[in-house]
Ligand binder design. Structure first.
Ligand code: BEZ
Length: 222
């Protein structure tokens, strides 16, 4: 099954390091991020989970609840947590987010996360590195899919959350390599009334050979 942008994210149930999770109840009215991992006690995953834990205050500041998933048991996740916390020099015994257990790959199949190439030592498929960002309306806002061999960039994930939240609030789009505080773009479907209402600052139109005035930048007040 693949989940498309705008789909209501499946209301799955699973055990986790913080107890039983029913996804929609767990999410409540918040944004949420679900990031999956190929397996416990693996090197790249350990660095990713450590980085995610260190950035937890940044996700919280944006109102985004975090949840991880790996195809192993809660017991394995708890033992692995000690390694992750030692790796990031934390004396805290738990991570600031739950890790979902998926020992039978039930969720990996349901959420379309199995990596067709990477296998464990017994030849069983592993989970790819997926990122799902879900809005307060429980709908999928963004998905990323990386192979097991490539670790993700959590700074980029925070950047896309900033863009998703801004473009939900204002009828704008964020250009290539945009960072919070930089100018945004006005999409072609935003007409003069919406422009005056939402973007009182100057709008700069860059003229191009086509003569069509579609490339519009503006500053926004936050
Ligand atoms: C890792 O997390 O290091 C990893 C896991 C599975 C395959 C390759 C790398």
């Amino acid at each position: 099954m693949s989940i498309l942008l705008g789909d209501v994210f499946p209301n799955f149930e699973a055990e986790s390091t913080q107890g039983h999770v029913t996804f929609h109840d767990w999410l409540g009215d918040s944004w949420g991020i679900l990031f999956s991992h190929p397996a416990d006690f693996t090197p790249v995953c350990t660095t990713e989970l450590a980085r995610a834990a260190s950035l937890a205050p940044e996700f919280e500041r944006r109102g985004v609840k975090m949840i991880a998933l790996s195809i192993d048991s809660v017991q394995d996740h708890e033992a692995w947590t000690k390694d992750i916390q030692a790796y990031r020099d934390s004396s805290d015994g738990s991570l600031p987010y739950p890790i979902l257990a998926d020992p039978n790959r039930r969720l990996a199949v349901q959420l379309g996360m199995l990596d067709p190439i990477e296998r464990d030592r017994t030849g069983m498929p592993l989970t790819a590195r997926c990122v799902f960002i879900v809005g307060p309306d429980k709908k999928l806002k963004l998905s990323l899919l990386y192979p097991a061999s490539t670790g993700r960039n959590f700074d980029e994930i925070l950047r896309v959350i900033d863009s998703l939240q801004l473009t939900r609030r204002l009828p704008c789009a964020t250009p290539v390599d945009w960072k919070p505080g930089e100018r945004v773009m006005i999409p072609p479907n935003v007409g003069p009334d919406a422009l005056a209402k939402h973007f009182p600052n100057d709008v700069e139109v860059t003229m191009l050979p086509s003569g069509k005035p579609y490339l519009r930048h503006t500053e926004i007040k936050d």
